[in-house]
Design a protein around this ligand. Structure first.
Ligand code: ATP
Ligand code: MG
Length: 480
């Protein structure tokens, strides 16, 4: 007779696993899609990240569906579909404006630079489709009829809290080097260890990450640093990943800080500071880079103490280069480089000092510095910690006095409020213009005029009640 279809493998596991009692509450629309495909005579399962997250009791971001039906057949079954990646077998089924990716069972060729394998082959076997997936915890499928299909021990690995490749790790990382970063990223998101063979293969193959596009690396790096365990970046260091994608960090891991304010090497301090700040992309990246330039600025005094004078500016420039290299957007580069540049800026805890700091750092950046500075302090030694925290608190109280007690929706709104209150933080808010100075004092247009305006701004920042035309015109004469 005919040789068994590879698909029969699926049925075997369906039967074997039916005794399992894992029940996943599929969303109504997912049940509808799976049901429609099955009624047309094909197999369909929810698969991958959504099953992993369901088992973990986490709300899945999106529900992916895998099926034995071809894309053309899937398109024939639903009223509204979009060809998202039809050459890779993916059709998006639209149900009341909500999209669900339905992908035909496939075997992947080698991944190129992009997000998808260069060539794919469709297969009638669920087993083959699960086999092409990266990790055991990501290679489970489920539908109401078959229950959980877990042929690679995903549930066991969830119980053991390990990230393990499906199949031979070296082969799998050879097909797609990004999987090495995904391993570390999942370890950060779930707090899992990377299984020994899988970690060993990363140590051997980490240099292949050179050929992965910056965009894909960026995505994984952001998911790692904004995860509940950003310190798992240490695992990326230990397995040689950062050597390839972030060599600046490796140097930090080897740089001592013999200084009473510190108790860790620069790299460990960075990891700790990321743990100490909320999982926001800008804030976590700011902590990742805040001291990245320290190795370049290290000096040793006669008492054997290390100093790092000028490291914020150098760190900020390095952050810019690294973020550009990883193809980050301009908004992220702007926020992160500024937070890094001013993370150590000394704010005097009085109204003039706070206004000066807002002028210097920017209305958008200043409020974020409280979190950055607090995290930095908590990642240092206990030496003078209370004093540092007291001072930061004092600055915060002054800042709040300045911006009034009104409830604000966002930090941006807070910043706008400062300007609205006539607290004056930029040249355009001055009660005199360059034109006024030319007309009233006989000054000429040119660099001196600019200088005079800047001095007037400092003068007003010290005391906003000075922001009156007559006072400023009088003051500018005295400056000369
Ligand atoms: P998240 O959506 O939280 O980032 P995820 O596991 O859902 O995590 P996706 O990128 O959405 O990740 O991919 C969905 C599924 O596709 C994964 O669970 C995995 O089974 C498979 N997959 C994704 N990327 C790869 C890859 N590079 N190599 C092999 N399989 C992959
Ligand atoms: Mg997903």
């Amino acid at each position: 007779g005919k040789p068994p279809m590879p698909g029969s493998m699926t049925r075997y596991y369906e039967i074997r696993r039916r005794a399992d009692t894992v029940i996943i509450q599929l969303p109504e629309k997912v049940r509808y899609i799976i049901g429609s495909i099955r009624k047309a005579g094909y197999e369909a399962f929810a698969v991958g990240g959504c099953i992993r997250d369901s088992v973990l009791g986490r709300e899945p971001d999106d529900w992916d569906i895998t099926t034995s039906a071809t894309p053309r057949q899937v398109k024939g079954m639903f009223g509204h579909t979009i060809d998202t990646g039809i050459q890779h077998g993916t059709v998006t089924v639209m149900l009341e404006r909500e999209g669900f990716e339905v992908t035909t069972y496939r075997i992947d060729g080698k991944y190129e630079d992009g997000r998808h394998p260069k060539e794919v082959t469709f297969t009638p076997s669920l087993f083959e489709d699960l086999k092409r997936r990266d990790f055991t915890i990501n290679a489970m499928a489920y539908n109401d009829e078959a229950g959980l299909v877990d042929v690679f021990g995903g549930i066991d690995d969830i119980k053991r809290k390990v990230i393990r490749c499906v199949g031979e790790p070296k082969e799998r990382f050879g097909e797609d080097a990004l999987r090495m970063m995904r391993a570390v990223r999942f370890s950060g998101q779930l707090g899992y260890e990377i299984e020994a063979n899988t970690a060993g293969a990363i140590r051997e193959l980490n240099t292949n990450l050179k050929y992965v596009s910056a965009e894909r690396i960026q995505t994984e790096l952001v998911k790692l640093v904004t995860s509940p365990h950003p310190e798992k970046l240490r695992l990326a260091y230990e397995t040689g990943i950062t050597q390839v994608i972030l060599p600046e960090f490796d140097i930090c891991m080897k740089t001592d800080q013999n200084n009473p304010h510190h108790c860790y090497k620069v790299g460990e301090h960075i990891l700790k500071s990321m743990e100490e700040i909320e999982p926001d992309k800008m804030l976590r990246l700011a902590m990742l880079f805040h001291d990245i330039g320290k190795p370049k600025k290290i000096t040793l005094d006669e008492k054997g103490i290390h100093h790092f004078h000028g490291h914020p500016a150098v760190s900020s420039e390095m952050a810019r280069d690294i973020l550009k290299r990883l193809k980050f957007d301009n908004r992220t580069i702007y926020f992160v480089t500024k937070l890094v540049k001013y993370h150590d800026y000394d704010v005097k805890p009085d109204p003039a000092g706070v206004r000066r700091a807002i002028l210097k750092t920017g209305e958008d950046i200043f409020p974020l510095l409280f979190q950055v500075k607090a995290a930095d302090i908590r990642a240092q030694s206990a030496y003078m910690r209370e004093e540092k925290e007291e001072k930061l608190k004092a600055v915060y109280q002054v800042y709040h006095q300045i911006i009034s007690e009104k409830q604000c929706v966002s930090l941006k709104a807070k910043a706008e409020e400062i300007v609205a209150q006539g607290q004056c933080f930029s040249l355009k808010d001055l009660a005199v213009t360059g034109k006024d100075l030319i007309e009233e004092t006989g000054m000429q247009a040119g660099p001196e005029l600019g200088e005079a305006l800047k001095k007037l701004l400092d003068f007003v920042v010290e005391d906003p009640s000075r922001n009156k035309r007559e006072i400023l015109l009088k003051a500018v004469k005295e400056f000369q």
